[in-house]
Design a protein around this ligand. Sequence first.
Ligand code: 6PG
Length: 476
Amino acid sequence: SLAQIGVTGLAVMGRNLARNFARNGFTVAVHNRSPQKMTSLLAEHGDEGDFIGCESLEDFVAALERPRKIVIMVQAGPATDAVIDALVPLLDQGDIVVDAGNAHFPDTRRREAALREIGLHFVGSGVSGGEEGALLGPSIMPGGPAESYKTLGPILEKISAKVDGVPCCTHVGPDGAGHFVKMVHNGIEYADMQLIGEAYQLLREGLDLTPAEIGDIFDEWNKGDLESFLIEITAEVLKQVDARTGKPLVDVIVDEAGQKGTGRWTVQSALDLGVPVTGIAEATFARAISSQIAQREAARDVLSASTSEWHINNRDGFIEDVRLALYASKVVAYAQGFDQIQAASEEYGWNVDRGAMARIWRGGCIIRARFLNRITEAYERDADLASLLVDPYFANEVSDGVAAWRRVVSMAALTGVPTPAFSSSLAYYDALRAERLPAALIQGQRDFFGAHTYKRTDVEGTFHTLWSEDRSEVEA
Ligand code: 6PG
């Protein structure tokens, strides 16, 4: 019999997705450019379900029932284009090509338009959850034509993670919407990780705790509002002891953070859309700073510290302050990420349901967290919510922690612990709530040197002061 779904590209992610389909009762055709990966998959896991191993793309396409549903899981960029180009001549009208890699959404928009032109469906789909998620149930963010979701959706939902029986998969929106949402997911992931890193550093320097002791604190935090996959694995990483040296593993890992680029894309897109994703941006830049080895080396002994000593009288009070600061900053990062999704949704006409995005992020993905339920509820209360921060639940949660947040950020500044994400998130919060911003002065400066004009608070219209003449005001 024919296969209901095909997977081409059988590196770890593709291989695990294929196994996930098979374990869920689908007959899955599998193909890899070099057949060895395909044969080893069948040899090692062939008994997990119904696989049809295909040596050539022609055999692969012929093994699929129509409309064909083909998942491509190869490297983003030229490798993806190469597979699409090879597949397209073999396909028929209405067939569905799914790119499940971390593609950049403008590429997805381009590919979708090209395939639509020739009667094929192209679905750019975010898939989160790493290797284990791909096998046991990822969070899946498919974009592309809504029509394709009718046949593809039920299959993807079946293999996705479930929370309270609800699949972590939904149709995100047309063309590049799925990959865009996955990109922002990764941006938020960067922010989350950086915030956790800052909390760790503060606890370590402020209380002189060992990584393992801090791991215990994270375990404790994982029982409350902060409950999430990233907090959970942080505790595990902190408790890991290096077999070679007997030291905490975190102390022997080089402190240069890598990045494959999705955080950078998120920030680039945010700049284009004019959305201040300060938490994500600071997190991305913090990784960049960590990798500026020559500059760090040059600065270490030269830049004066002039720091204050730590004064912590109440150990538990400080831990709670850091927890509250982490939670408040995290809400800011998510609020900004959801703003970016909304801005893109308006820009490209995607009509993305933000509450549904929070819902499909509750399980399977890297940023899965208890509080995503609250985000879904917030958008259910008000689908047009101006900012997550003004939703009554979150406004209240954050306000409970604001004083602690200020204490932590000021203590970090005094003691010289870099907390770019904590600090910028608080600045963002204060900017949003400010009665007046110095933007008025900036408008004055712009008008002074460039006659860029300004608006008045009291009268309609656009104005300019004749700065180099008698400094009277004219209507521009
Ligand atoms: C996921 C992850 C996944 C991957 C990132 C890591 O959702 O499963 O986000 O996409 O682990 O590519 O990104 P960096 O290498 O940029 O940290």
